[in-house]
Design a protein around this ligand. Structure first.
Ligand SMILES: C[S@@+](CC[C@H](N)C(=O)[O-])C[C@H]1O[C@@H](n2cnc3c(N)ncnc32)[C@H](O)[C@@H]1O
Length: 608
């Protein structure tokens, strides 16, 4: 069918897409942190906190984490329009939508087949974001739009004209609905006061059970005469009765109508007998389900069917709905021991999302980390996590918050509910600077801030190889069992290339990226020769560090550029193992060193 028009949202700049450079990540060991000792064999140490723009960070994670993330929760800036004088002309909406779409596309690639994503938003962009997210994740994978009650009708907003806004929304998508397997989660609800009778002697056979009014049983339990309960407990009476009910909810019952045709023949007989012999309980056994009980021609139902143990406590609970109005925390500002006004989300909210969509050990990602709530909750729940945050509160809020989780000094949020005892750790990373920079003639050259290890790792990423430096110096990266990548800053002579070809042998292949080579590239069947930076020049956009959402939360310039990316030192010898490689990549050196390929771009004398 030609010219089929699809239903879609359009906006200014929708067709523009950034050509992102897949950066490497540099660990800052000073900021990485782990517990002093192992608490259990389930401790997780390799969590990641990344300081920088999330679009570049997500691109950096793509190679290693594509298809591996079980749950993504993001809580981006809501684009409320508070920053602009001309908000309604649509430009800001367009910028925001493009920025979100670009991020959602990479996030989708990171999700595992059974994974799911939760996107927090308010009503400013809700409608538009649904349209864009439907395009990225497909409408059939939209599971729900959850309404989250995030505030009450109080404070200054309560005097605004019209309706008081107390909700925000969470868009919930599966990566692929056909293989998506959510866990069942429950939500606290009010006690159902139709359950108003109490079995006083539950240990005898059911035919001899005696039922009494619930209030009378409660009055006996607390030793307060029924007539004085109201006076004694005042406002707290219902709550006290609920607590009593939850001590043993199998003793609290009500009767409910049941049609004889809806039960099996044995149950039907028991039902009929209960009608004839009023006042006596009859039971009908079932194989793999709860037995039926009947009284006075109706079914006897137990309050225990309405209860669940949630966060260590028995509560009245129902399967979670799409309205989450039970998660507001009175203590939100204090959770995690960090202050993050107007952005921090309750740990209980993140816990519900993780309970719904993950199991212990699964990987969770939040690329708008804010005060680090997602990482804190994931850590306490035994999930692995990756977080990205652009602004300095990555250092001032997230690092201390996660340290106190690891040290078990954070007793707030879900700590008690999940019985968190501390342990584990995380690694702190920054994005490496762009691999290429311009020299004074406007030619692209390898950045002077790259050392040999960083260059080798960056080339692996650009060429689609895994960076796995080993004992053999030319095996820095591999794409398959027998296909390797070697990057060197040297100009390789014919003899050097011949020697390499011989060492690689007939069963393996090697891609060599070097500044220049003096041989015909096609002379060696097991080698591919490429010059850098020419080999990568057209692959992406170089030197662009800021893809942050244009409409909010722009980063503050660091006081000293250099502080962000410490100068690194060239080392001719490749590292012999990944640990050494990591250590050498993060080693700062104060002496300025010339760029690895300062002269390469203007070269070109070598024969190819
Ligand atoms: C609403 S807050 C998230 C709050 C978080 N859910 C919590 O509970 O603390 C949004 C965060 O996204 C961050 N952010 C905005 N643009 C970003 C970008 N391009 N890369 C990384 N983080 C970004 C902001 O700095 C802010 O901390």
């Amino acid at each position: 069918m030609a010219n089929v028009q699809k239903l879609e949202l359009t906006w200014i700049g929708k067709d523009e897409r950034p050509r992102l450079e897949p950066r490497i990540l540099l660990e800052d060991p000073e900021k990485s942190y782990h517990a002093k000792k192992r608490i259990s064999d389930k401790d997780i140490f390799d969590n990641r906190l990344i300081y920088g723009d999330n679009l570049l960070a997500l691109k950096a994670l793509e190679q290693e984490f594509s298809g591996k993330v079980k749950c993504i929760y993001i809580d981006p800036p809501f684009n409320t329009g508070e920053m602009f004088d001309h908000y309604d002309d649509g430009v800001e909406h367009s910028l925001w939508l493009t920025d979100m779409r670009d991020r959602l596309e990479i996030l989708k690639r990171l999700l595992s087949a059974e994974g799911s994503i939760f996107i927090h938003i308010d009503d400013n962009e809700l409608g538009y974001l649904i349209a864009v997210a439907d395009e990225v994740f497909l409408r059939r994978n939209r599971i729900a739009v959850i309404t989250f009650k995030q505030s009450s009708v109080s404070g200054p907003k309560a005097i605004n004209p019209g309706l008081v806004s107390t909700a925000s929304y969470i868009l919930y998508y599966a990566r692929d609905r056909s293989v998506w397997k959510p866990n069942r989660v429950y939500q606290a609800t009010e006690r159902d006061d139709r359950y108003n009778r109490y079995i006083s002697n539950p240990d005898v056979p059911c035919e001899s059970w005696k039922l009494m009014p619930l209030r009378e049983a409660f009055s006996n339990h607390c030793g307060v005469p029924a007539k004085e309960l109201k006076k004694h407990f005042g406002e707290g009476l219902e709550e006290a009765i609920t607590e009593f009910v939850l001590i043993d909810p199998r003793r609290v019952v009500r009767t409910a109508r049941v049609a004889p045709v809806d039960v099996n023949p044995d149950a039907r007989e028991a039902l009929e007998r209960s009608r004839v012999m009023a006042g006596r309980v009859f039971r009908s056994q079932r194989e793999s389900r709860d037995d039926y009980y009947f009284l006075n021609g109706e079914q006897l139902v137990f309050y225990s069917a309405k209860t669940k143990q949630l966060d260590g406590e028995w509560i009245t609970a129902l399967p979670a709905s799409t309205i989450w109005d039970d998660l507001l925390s009175n203590n939100l500002h204090a959770e995690g021991g960090v202050t993050f006004p107007n952005g921090k989300k309750p740990e209980a909210l993140i816990a519900r999302i993780l309970n719904l969509s993950t199991n212990p050990g699964d990987l969770v990602l939040d690329s708008f980390a804010g005060s680090g709530s997602t990482g804190a909750v994931a850590h306490k729940m035994g999930r692995r996590w990756v977080m990205v945050e652009l602004r300095d509160h990555c250092n001032t809020l997230i690092v201390p918050r996660l340290r106190s989780v690891i040290d078990a000094s954070d007793t707030s949020g879900i700590t008690k509910a999940v019985n968190w005892k501390g342990g584990g750790g995380f690694r702190y990373y920054r994005l490496a600077p762009s691999l290429l920079e311009l020299d004074r003639f406007g030619n692209h050259i390898i950045s002077s801030r790259y050392n040999a290890e960083m260059l080798a790792e960056a080339m692996c990423k650009l060429m689609g190889f895994r960076y796995e430096p080993g004992e053999v110096y030319w095996q820095q990266g591999r794409s398959t069992e027998n296909d390797f990548l070697y990057t060197t800053t040297q100009t390789l002579s014919r003899q050097q290339i011949e020697a390499l070809s011989e060492e690689v042998g007939p069963k393996r292949t090697l891609l060599i990226c070097c500044s220049a080579f003096r041989a015909k590239a096609t002379d060696f069947s097991n080698l591919t020769l490429r010059k850098i930076p020419m080999a990568v020049l057209s692959r992406c956009e170089w030197g662009k560090d800021d893809y942050s959402l244009n409409v909010a939360s722009l980063p503050e310039a660091p006081e000293h550029e250099e502080d962000q990316f410490p100068d690194t030192v060239l080392a001719d010898r490749p590292p012999t193992n990944p640990a050494e490689a990591r250590k050498r990549r993060v080693t700062a050196k104060t002496d300025a060193v010339p760029g690895l390929f300062d002269t390469v771009a203007s070269e070109g004398k070598e024969k190819e």
